[in-house]
Design a binder for this molecule. Structure first.
Ligand code: 4AD
Ligand code: MG
Length: 468
């Protein structure tokens, strides 16, 4: 470029935060649109630092119309140097009068898939490498990044230690059998014992290994020394369901607290989510306004309502009674002991309570082995947090800290005690009451962004049959 000297680089958000009349600046970004008249061309430039675009005016007497028409198309990347002119009487507060530009990368208008019009989310899912060029995904990923920071901040400020639990694991934490197996054994000729068992001693770890479905078990071990911990990382579930709520790779936040009982844990979960909602409202005004306008007309009302109202707490038994009294004919019949289906959860949250609902004390046979058994012999000290539009965002429990009860339950479920030795050790040495929960990041992001499909709140989704 002829005139880089004396044109300091500023991002578009820096220009919006502090516009200086007649300042010489250079700014860089991608072309959203171009419009060419006889004497000037107008380019709408975006750079990802804000949802707002910068209007660039290219006078043809300075920059030839032929060059502009050959090079500047939607999607192309440019560095533009020029003079910032304030235009307080127009729709945009200022514009950059270009003196010159560099074309970093052209974008062929015949093949570039994004146009100015609003593309459907389904279409954008097929081009997940390019969808981040749209304001929708810039807003969503900006919120995702900010909320991740807010999550760390929340726990760090309350004395929780961030721990890293392993991704490769020998055991199935949730006992739901949704594990991805990891192996270096040759799949075309798996070594076998004469009796038909796989010769795992020849596998990389000398025993079967999987991608973790949850960091909880190791989180519990660490909480037994550190007191309060949290994990924040990817988890993997070979979940065959093709639903808008399930991913095969998703991010989970799992706090685990020594000396917490179920009530303290539900209080924490509620405070935590409320905090995230308030953080979004205060830090992502621009993004939320955009998402509300484009996708979910009630978004801000819904978010604001979380600030004021407490979640409704219902025991599982009460929830069953509410469903039975509803007079609804559900597709899945409701009786004590059944697992709550999406239709039941929706009724409870959206029609009965009209606010988030916490359900606690579930029947033990529908929940994981590690949950603390209640005195009634039938239920465990588990809880789920259910949200409008989304369903379950949190699952958690008080853990069974009593060695004998835990062993008995594991035996009842035919679990291989040998592979849970270290877990059982925590119950043999200095065991304490403790509790924790898991928040699905993508689920809470559905609520925060107004999106309806978890594939749209993670940059590159992995779901059954799909790797974006
Ligand atoms: O209810 P889940 O299975 O609980 C656990 O994994 C416990 N170990 C957590 C704990 O107590 N430390 O999963 C927790 C949350 C769910 O409430 C949901 O928000 C999310 O993780 N989740 C998923 N999100 C996206 N795709 C999936 N396939 C998910 N499965 C669970
Ligand atoms: Mg759950």
């Amino acid at each position: 470029m002829s005139q880089t000297e004396g044109y300091p680089y500023k991002t578009i958000s820096e220009l919006y935060n502090h516009p200086i009349a007649e300042e010489k600046v250079m700014t860089k970004g991608w072309v959203r649109t171009r419009r060419t008249t006889r004497t000037v061309s107008f380019v709408e430039l975006v750079d990802g630092t804000t949802l707002r675009s910068l209007q660039i005016v290219l006078p043809h007497e300075k920059i030839s119309q032929e060059r502009i028409e050959a090079e500047i198309h939607t999607g192309a990347s440019l560095a533009v140097s020029g003079i910032l002119m304030l235009t307080p009487t127009r729709a945009q507060p200022f514009e950059l009068i270009a003196e010159d530009y560099i074309l970093y990368g052209p974008a062929d208008p015949q093949s570039y898939p994004l146009q100015k019009k609003n593309h459907s989310l389904e279409f954008l899912r097929e081009i997940s490498h390019l969808r981040v060029r749209t304001r929708t995904f810039q807003a969503i990923f900006r919120i995702r990044g900010g909320i991740s920071f807010a999550i760390h901040k929340y726990f760090q400020e309350r004395g929780f230690v961030y721990v890293h639990t392993p991704i490769l694991t020998p055991s199935d934490c949730e006992g739901a059998g949704q594990l991805f197996q990891v192996t270096t054994l040759p799949l075309y000729r798996v070594p076998m014992h004469p009796d038909g068992r796989v010769a795992y001693e020849k596998d990389f770890f000398g025993k079967p290994a999987y991608l973790t479905v949850s960091g909880q078990l190791e989180g519990e071990l660490l909480a037994m020394g550190l007191g309060k911990i949290y994990t924040f990382g990817p988890t993997f579930r070979a979940e065959p369901s093709h639903t808008p709520r399930h991913l095969a790779e998703f991010w989970m936040i799992e706090p685990e607290m020594a000396f917490y009982d179920l009530d303290m844990t539900i209080d924490l979960a509620e405070d935590f989510i409320r905090h995230l909602v308030i953080y979004s409202l205060t830090h992502f005004e621009e993004e939320l306004a955009f998402l509300q306008e484009r996708y979910e007309k009630n978004l801000l009302n819904e978010l604001n309502s979380i600030k004021e109202e407490n979640f409704l707490r219902l025991s599982y038994t009460e929830a069953i009674e509410v469903l039975q009294r509803s007079g609804r004919s559900f597709q899945y019949p409701v009786e004590w002991g059944c697992d709550l289906q999406a239709e039941h959860e929706r009724y409870l949250v959206e029609e009965y309570a009209r606010r988030p609902v916490v359900i606690y004390n579930y029947p033990k046979h529908i929940k994981a082995f590690y949950m603390r058994q209640n005195e009634d012999g039938k239920t465990v000290a588990a809880f789920d947090v259910l949200f409008p539009r989304v369903g379950e965002v949190i699952g958690g429990s008080q853990r069974e800290e009593r060695y004998d009860k835990l062993i008995a339950r594991m035996q009842e479920l035919n679990m291989d005690l040998f592979s849970y030795q270290s877990y059982l050790d925590t119950r043999r040495y200095g065991s304490v009451p403790h509790s924790g929960f898991g928040l699905g990041l993508e689920r809470v992001l559905l609520f925060l962004t107004g999106m309806t499909n978890v594939r749209d709140v993670i940059p590159f989704f992995r779901a059954a049959g799909q790797m974006a």
